[in-house]
Write a protein that binds this ligand. Structure first.
Ligand SMILES: Nc1ncnc2c1ncn2[C@@H]1O[C@H](COP(=O)(O)OP(=O)(O)O)[C@@H](O)[C@H]1O
Ligand SMILES: [Mg+2]
Length: 352
């Protein structure tokens, strides 16, 4: 297949003076995959994407596309298309001319360009807007124009840097679905940068979680959710994210805020641990950890209850309207199977 789109990055290091933005990134992306680079602001996602596109020089490492070392190649020689957060459309050109631009640059014939532009515009539903200029389009339409320009050359690799972040919440959800459908229809590999964990988890086949210039976990969304590799990943994924509580293990017994609880299977050796429990795994019960209801947040179909446990606020999430009010003294319980155990010193997940 001509446009396979297999990506392999090895030992990518990027420095800005004495600051190291990337500490040795290794990444393998399969042809046709929708792959998300997820992490907080400043964690190195954009830098990684720009290195993949050839827009940023690197200090060490290797970038391979379909088995070919492209580390030294110019962006134009890589057969990749990039969509930025700011759509970077040419304001003086029409939508048609904007979409046609990448083809003009490579000297594509007029008839072929015309067909490709109309085809790309139709795929993102802006074929009725070709005569307008970007200033005459809504934010969502501009974003589609940028997408059309990216797909018009049928690149093997589609790089997107927070492409939905300038859209309002409703449009963002709609466009997310369409983007995914478009990528499937084109069969192109997509590398998608976002700081929004929900966006990454819903749109991607696989996710790489970035923290401080390192990849801390790679996996399918459901696997990262079920088994976060570190307490930092655990605290970043889910909405609300996992609760983390200091706890102690001694002689097979677990103590949280001084209260004994059945120890989870994977607890491991005695000593302090960080205990993780997802908000949906908590319930109000007759026994368990004593807690005070701090805040009840009704979101319609779900309710989030903030609970003060020995001075630390944890969150409970439930679909049933809980019969509690702010200030109530309650107990909160959870099954041993719902517990995640992390090493408090290293943050690493412990397995039985
Ligand atoms: N030109 C630059 N000079 C100095 N530091 C930079 C430069 N570009 C990026 N950085 C730093 O590198 C880190 C990673 O940046 P970036 O890849 O843009 O993060 P992200 O996209 O995850 O928010 C950040 O700390 C950022 O401040
Ligand atoms: Mg960025």
């Amino acid at each position: 297949m001509a446009n396979a789109g297999r990506v392999s990055m090895r030992g990518i290091v990027k420095r800005h003076g004495s600051f190291t933005a990337l500490h040795g990134i290794d990444l393998d992306i399969a042809p046709g995959e929708f792959f998300a680079l997820l992490g907080p602001s400043g964690s190195g996602k954009t830098t990684t994407l720009r290195i993949l596109a050839g827009l940023e020089p690197l200090d060490a490492g290797q970038v391979m596309l379909d088995g070919v070392d492209v580390t030294a190649r110019e962006p134009g020689e890589r057969d990749v298309a990039m969509v930025f957060q700011s759509y970077a459309l040419y304001p003086h050109m029409t939508v048609y001319e904007n979409i046609a631009f990448p083809l003009r640059m490579v000297g594509t014939a007029k008839g072929e360009t015309d067909r490709a532009v109309k085809d790309a515009a139709a795929k993102v539903h802006i074929d009725h807007l070709l005569a307008r200029r970007p200033g005459e389009l809504s934010g969502g339409q501009q974003q589609r124009c940028a997408l059309a320009r990216a797909i018009v050359r049928k690149p093997r690799l589609f790089l997107l840097d927070e492409p939905l972040s300038n859209l309002d919440a409703k449009l963002r959800l709609e466009t997310r679905v369409e983007l995914r459908k478009l990528q499937r229809a084109l069969g192109v590999t997509a590398v998608y940068v976002t700081h929004d964990q929900e966006e990454a988890m819903t749109i991607a086949d696989r996710v790489a979680v970035f923290m401080d210039g390192r990849i801390v976990q790679v996996g399918r969304p459901q696997d990262i959710f079920a088994r976060p590799a570190t307490s930092v990943v655990a605290a970043f994924i889910g909405s609300p994210p996992m609760n983390l509580l200091p706890a102690d293990l001694r002689d097979g017994e677990l103590r949280v805020a001084g209260v004994p609880l059945p120890a989870p299977r994977m607890a491991g050796r005695d000593g302090p641990i960080t205990l993780g429990v997802r908000p949906a795994a908590l319930r109000i019960a007759e026994r368990g950890l004593p807690a005070r209801v701090y805040l009840v947040e009704n979101l319609g179909d779900t309710t989030i209850v903030d609970l003060d446990v020995a001075g630390q606020v944890i969150k409970l999430r439930t679909e049933q309207a809980p019969n509690v009010r702010e200030g109530d003294h309650v107990h909160v319980a959870f099954a041993p199977e719902a517990m995640h155990v992390f090493d408090p010193a290293t943050g690493q997940r412990r397995e039985g």
